[in-house]
Design a protein around this ligand. Structure first.
Ligand SMILES: O=C(O)CCC(=O)C(=O)O
Ligand SMILES: [Fe+2]
Length: 350
């Protein structure tokens, strides 16, 4: 049996009283070597990762858009998605109910607190090593699809329409995920359903609703340290006004701009593995902001956790041997390594 490593506990960031940098607890300011904290965000360049028009992806004449998508996935591992069909009013509403939750008094929010060693629920991320800094981030992490896997006791009852809106948003994002994943299959020269078939019986989706309070020490504290996602793909709704997300490419950091009404899509570890390394999982981080709070909603779309995942057979041959092992339940693997400051995907390499 595996020993359970105890968590390094922390209160939600919203419950820490800070007025000056001196009030920031030491668990947030440790250095990790995950990129220099001294980088001045204003000095970094903007990413020019492609903007993909969703409405063109399923057309029989999608050639140009698929070429753009292919180039995005092999170079950046991410793209901005426009014309995705989710209307602005739903994007606004899911943002508003989410913010409404984080603005609740502490005792209301903490009714939905996660329990130690379980990622689902409200609070901050699990940290399992003294060397790993905590993120200046409170998040509500919920399995949202399939519906019978929802832990409804962790779904806020206030704001009153939170559950209904998150459900509606989930179902809309699920459709977007399917079209993107089919297009990714075509980009690899495979059948439409080649990746979706690897998903098994059902797509699994988790929502991670991030709230980043203002931070008086943005030069020493990360809002989210560098990571790649456990998902196959992540569909992210950024804050409408406050930037902060950055993407790593060729060892350089790039800021991700806010594009009105767009969703930001990035490749997660599981598509990197299924594509046998052809598509790159995007390493990203979020910088802290001393002036403004920030909200984002990441929807992690992944294969059925009981399905064995590995490099797609048609992409493996003598000149391209499999680069990764096959496995099940990647989310569990991710939560074993990430809280210790290790990169989960490296443990999957052959
Ligand atoms: O807040 C963001 O823009 C990104 C969040 C993120 O990387 C995540 O939730 O995995
Ligand atoms: Fe992420």
């Amino acid at each position: 049996m595996m020993a359970i490593v105890p968590e390094i506990p922390s209160k939600p960031v919203l419950d820490i009283q800070v007025t000056t940098g001196e009030d920031v607890p030491e668990i947030f300011t440790r250095e990790t070597g995950n990129g220099s904290l001294a980088d001045d965000p204003s000095a970094l360049p903007w990413t020019d990762c492609p903007v993909i028009d969703f409405s063109l992806l399923s057309a029989s004449s999608a050639g140009d858009e698929l070429r753009k998508l292919h180039s995005a996935l092999v170079s950046w591992g991410c793209f901005q998605l426009i014309n995705h069909g989710i209307n602005d009013s739903l994007l606004d509403k899911v943002g508003e109910v989410s913010k409404g939750f984080f603005l609740l008094p502490s005792d209301e929010r903490n009714k939905y607190s996660r329990t130690p060693n379980d990622p689902q629920g409200y609070g901050n991320d699990t940290i399992l090593s003294q060397n790993v800094p905590h993120n200046w981030n409170d998040r509500l992490y919920l399995h949202v699809y399939p519906q019978d896997q929802r832990k409804l006791n962790l779904w806020p009852l206030t704001p009153p329409d939170f559950r209904g809106i998150l459900h509606e948003y989930t179902m809309s994002v699920k459709g977007v995920n399917e079209t993107i994943v089919k297009a990714m299959g075509r980009c690899l020269g495979l059948e439409d359903n080649s990746i979706l078939d690897e998903y098994g019986e059902k797509t699994v989706m988790a929502a991670r609703i991030n709230f980043y309070p203002e931070c008086p020490l943005p030069k020493l504290v990360r809002a989210a340290r560098a990571h790649s996602d456990a998902s196959a793909i992540t569909i992210l709704l950024q804050d409408k006004q406050v930037e902060g997300l950055q993407i790593l490419k060729d060892d350089k950091w790039f800021k991700v701009p806010i594009l009105p009404s767009a969703l930001f899509v990035n490749v997660g570890d599981q598509i990197e593995i299924m594509s046998n390394g052809i598509f790159k999982g995007a390493v990203h981080r979020v910088v802290a902001n001393s002036q403004r709070e920030r909200l984002s909603i990441a929807m992690f779309c992944s294969p059925d956790s009981e399905k064995e995942i590995g490099p797609i057979k048609k992409l493996v041959n003598q000149s391209q041997p499999a680069l990764y092992k096959s496995f099940k339940r990647y989310e569990e693997i991710f939560f074993r390594y990430h809280p210790k400051g290790e990169r989960p995907i490296l443990t999957m390499k052959i």
